[in-house]
Design a protein around this ligand. Structure first.
Ligand SMILES: [Zn+2]
Length: 260
């Protein structure tokens, strides 16, 4: 089972990153993709991935929260990073009209520029969308035929938005958000709509600790070693065998990110 969303560069992991990776391996996680959210973190993510060959890979990109930092220097940093064998996707990039930490125009500009970069480099994209579906789809659509793959990570949208993302050919990343007994219910009911070959799972650690783990972890920090819990719950809600789903999401990640 492959975790496509681990924010291993987070300061919340500063004191025990190696142990976090080891715990994930021991828990049966077969690989993970470390998320790059700005230029510095993308460099850090690449170095962390490089240190864990054949287990960790990374993305290089500018999260919409950091879109106001976009510049030609950052574009060349991402381009240089993308040449490294561990860097397998551009992102995370996209639009976030929930927190609005960068202006909408800046977000759309940085998103479009990263899609252009991914198309130029023939790399898949790791996408983020919060409360911005219409503009997200409008910016993304012209690039889709030029991209080798795309996943909308931590999908939390509506049923109509899910159907639109599937119609655009996107793969869909589901986090432990779906385990939330209040805000995850709508998403839970949509799980069977996602075709088996386009489903990916992720912890988004250290964020989004699944709320239904028993016993509850003593810390609120999420870790990739909790991925098996998400796999188990999603398999239950999709009416699938847990081991088959675990194998399937590993295959899907390896296919999407073109890992050996
Ligand atoms: Zn995100």
């Amino acid at each position: 089972m492959f975790d496509i969303g681990v924010n291993l560069t987070s300061t919340q992991f500063a004191s025990d990153r190696q142990k976090v990776v080891k715990r994930a391996r021991d828990a049966g996680v077969t690989g993970m993709l470390i998320t790059g959210t700005n230029a510095l973190e993308s460099q850090h993510a690449q170095r962390l991935a490089e240190a864990q060959p054949d287990f960790c890979w990374s993305t290089a990109g500018i999260h919409p929260h950091h879109a106001s930092e976009w510049s030609t220097e950052i574009a060349s940093t991402l381009r240089r990073l993308a040449e490294k064998p561990e860097v397998v996707a551009i992102g995370e990039c996209g639009l976030d009209f929930n927190r609005n930490l960068s202006a909408h125009e800046q977000q759309e500009y940085a998103f479009d520029a990263q899609l252009a970069l991914a198309a130029e480099l023939n790399m898949p994209v790791f996408l983020h969308c919060r409360e911005a579906h219409a503009r997200f789809a409008a910016v993304l659509a012209p690039w889709l035929s030029k991209l080798p793959g795309a996943v909308i990570h931590c999908f939390t949208g509506t049923r109509d938005e899910l159907e639109a993302c599937l119609a655009m050919g996107l793969s869909v990343g589901i986090t432990g958000w779906v385990c939330d007994e209040r805000r995850g219910l709508e998403l839970r009911e949509m799980l069977p709509l996602i075709p088996a070959d386009r489903l990916l799972l992720e912890t988004d650690a250290p964020y989004l600790l699944p709320r239904d783990m028993r016993p509850r972890p003593t810390s609120r920090r999420n870790e990739p070693c909790f991925l098996p819990h998400i796999v188990h719950q999603v398999a239950t809600w999709r009416g699938e065998n847990v081991d088959e789903l675990a194998t399937r999401i590993d295959q899907n990640a390896r296919t999407l990110f073109r890992l050996a």
